[in-house]
Design a binder for this molecule. Structure first.
Ligand SMILES: C[S@@+](CC[C@H](N)C(=O)[O-])C[C@H]1O[C@@H](n2cnc3c(N)ncnc32)[C@H](O)[C@@H]1O
Length: 273
C-alpha cells in the first residue's frame, strides 16, 4: 500500500514535490548534519559503484545529483555518466556544478521510457526513486534492455519502518497525522530483492547504518514540512508550535533519536527482455 496518494503521481512529483530541489535538500540536510554514522552516505554509494574507467553509467531519478557532485573528483577521467530525472527543476541545480565536466550528460527523462538503444550501459543506478515509478516492472524491463549483458544495477532505498520515530512524534504533535511519512513502501529493503530477482540472476543487499541524533528543532520542522503527508495534513501555521514541541524534547534529553533503515541492492546478471 502506498503511504500517500502522490508517491507515484508524475505530475505531482515533477511540479510540486520535486519541482525544485528545496524539499529534497531539506531532507538531505538533516541526514548530513545529524547522522551518527562515521561514513557519509555519498561515500557508501561510491564504495558500491564499480570502477567507471572506460565505462558508461546511467543514473535514473538522479535528483539534484548530490551523490554525483560529492564524488565528482573520484570518477575516472574517461568515465561517461548520464544523469537523468523526471524533473527539470531538480536537474537545474546539478547543471550549474557539473557544467564543463564532459564526463557528465544531464537529461530530463522518465525512467519508464529510456531513450537509449539496447545494450548501451555497463551500470545503472536507481537510488531512492524506484518507489516513485508507477510500474516498477516496466522500468526494470527498460533497465535490463539498456544494460549490456554483463552489466549491473544499484537500487538504494529505505526500510519499511524508515524514521518511524519521527512519525510517532508527529502523531503526538498532530493526531490527525497518524501514519507513516515514508514514500518507499512500494520498493523497500524488505520487498525490493524479490522485485529485482525477477529481472536479475543475482541480488545482494547492503545495509547502511545511519541513525540520527537531532539536536536542533528547526531542521526537523523543515524536514517535516518537506514531506507530502505533512504538507497535506498539518497546516503551515503550525510550524512555530512544532518547533517548540521538538525543542522541549531536545531540552529534556539533549536530542531526539530517529532510527533509520537505509541501504541498497546490487543486482547482477540482467535477464534480457
Ligand atoms: C528521493 S529523490 C532521489 C534523488 C537522488 N537519486 C538521490 O538519491 O539523492 C527521487 C527523484 O526521483 C525522480 N523521479 C520520480 N519519478 C521519476 C520517474 N518516473 N522517472 C525519473 N525520475 C523520477 C524525482 O524527480 C526525484 O528527483
Amino acid at each position: 500500500m502506498d503511504s500517500d496518494p502522490f508517491s507515484t503521481d508524475r505530475d505531482y512529483l515533477r511540479q510540486v514535490q520535486y519541482g525544485s530541489a528545496n524539499n529534497l535538500n531539506a531532507r538531505i540536510q538533516i541526514h548530513k548534519r545529524f547522522t551518527k554514522s562515521t561514513q557519509a552516505w555519498e561515500d557508501f554509494i561510491f564504495e558500491h559503484l564499480p570502477d567507471l574507467s572506460g565505462k558508461r553509467l546511467l543514473a535514473l531519478g538522479c535528483g539534484n545529483a548530490t551523490q554525483w557532485r560529492a564524488n565528482q573528483h573520484r570518477f575516472a577521467p574517461d568515465a561517461q555518466i548520464v544523469l537523468t530525472d523526471l524533473s527539470e527543476g531538480m536537474l537545474a541545480e546539478a547543471r550549474a556544478d557539473l557544467m564543463g565536466d564532459n564526463r557528465f550528460t544531464l537529461l530530463c527523462m522518465d525512467a519508464a521510457n529510456l531513450e537509449f538503444q539496447d545494450n548501451n550501459f555497463d551500470f545503472v543506478t536507481a537510488n531512492h526513486m524506484l518507489y516513485h515509478v508507477p510500474d516498477i516492472n516496466q522500468t526494470l524491463t527498460e533497465v535490463t534492455r539498456v544494460l549490456k549483458p554483463d552489466g549491473a544495477m544499484m537500487a538504494a532505498t529505505n526500510g519499511a519502518n524508515y524514521m518511524v520515530d519521527l512519525d510517532l512524534l508527529l502523531t503526538e504533535f498532530w493526531p490527525e497525522y497518524g501514519g507513516l511519512h515514508t514514500m518507499s513502501l512500494k520498493f523497500n529493503l524488505l520487498n525490493g530483492a524479490e522485485q529485482l530477482q525477477a529481472w536479475f540472476g543475482e541480488v545482494e543487499k547492503k545495509l547502511y547504518s545511519g541513525d540520527l541524533w537531532v539536536t536542533e528543532a528547526q531542521p526537523l520542522v523543515d524536514y517535516a514540512f518537506s514531506l507530502p503527508r505533512v504538507q497535506q495534513l498539518i497546516p503551515l501555521d503550525q510550524k512555530d508550535a512544532m518547533r517548540v514541541f521538538f525543542q522541549v524534547r531536545i531540552d529534556q534529553s539533549g536530542g531526539i533519536l530517529i532510527r533509520k533503515e537505509t541501504g541498497l541492492f546490487l543486482a547482477n546478471q540482467p535477464k534480457k527482455p
